[in-house]
Design a protein around this ligand. Structure first.
Ligand SMILES: CC(C)(COP(=O)(O)OP(=O)(O)OC[C@H]1O[C@@H](n2cnc3c(N)ncnc32)[C@H](O)[C@@H]1OP(=O)(O)O)[C@@H](O)C(=O)NCCC(=O)NCCS
Length: 165
């Protein structure tokens, strides 16, 4: 499979919106099946200097994954960033998520010099947790009943990766 990882462009709005509401993706993020392409346009237009957003795209332009890093703007937290990512259901478990996360971590480590990168993940999302632990994230704690998912309240894990010096 040939795909490229590159910064998100305005024309990716529809493709990323399709992923955000896709069954197999939205349940494990904070998405909803009612997510609109217009929401994605607003999101992309609103990206600022502390936001670093990438997509994985096939040669025909189909968006098969997206990932973002947000650097905390507070002057005392500029060494911290938070990340999130998701991959098209048909392309999961094929290394795309790992490649997207490596792209974010290269930026965080070598270009932004972040010390701490953090994320939240549902406590039963074993594939995501495996990927994050593989790339150096550690579980810091469990937050109970934080989020609604399919009629139930589910727990989140806080994970973080401290940059090796
Ligand atoms: C989680 C997600 C981003 C991972 O991306 P991906 O492209 O599917 O993941 P990759 O193929 O790069 O890596 C998956 C790894 O998990 C492993 N894995 C797969 N299923 C697993 C499971 N049930 N338990 C543990 N590990 C599992 C794979 O073997 C692989 O590990 P390896 O590289 O050591 O062989 C993607 O599946 C996704 O978008 N899921 C839905 C949305 C989501 O959960 N987003 C994250 C929210 S925090």
């Amino acid at each position: 499979m040939n795909y490229t990882i590159r910064p998100t462009r305005p024309e990716d709005a529809e493709g990323t919106a399709a992923l955000r509401k896709m069954p197999g993706v939205f349940e494990n993020t904070l998405g909803l099946p009612s997510y609109r392409a217009a929401d994605s346009v607003t999101f992309i237009q609103g990206l600022g200097p502390n936001d670093h957003h990438f997509v994985a795209v096939l040669e025909d332009g189909t968006v098969i994954g997206a990932a973002g890093l947000h650097v905390f703007p507070n002057p005392r937290m500029r060494h911290v960033g938070s990340v999130g990512l998701f991959v098209h259901t048909d392309y999961q478990n094929m290394g795309v998520g790992t490649a997207l996360m490596r792209t974010l971590l290269d930026l965080a480590d070598n270009w932004l010099m972040l010390v701490r990168v953090e994320l939240e993940v549902f406590a039963d999302n074993e594939r995501a947790i495996h990927l994050y632990e593989k790339l150096g994230f550690e579980i810091e704690g469990r937050m109970r009943m934080t989020t609604v998912r399919n009629g139930q309240y589910v727990d989140d894990l806080k994970m973080a990766r401290l940059r090796k010096t």
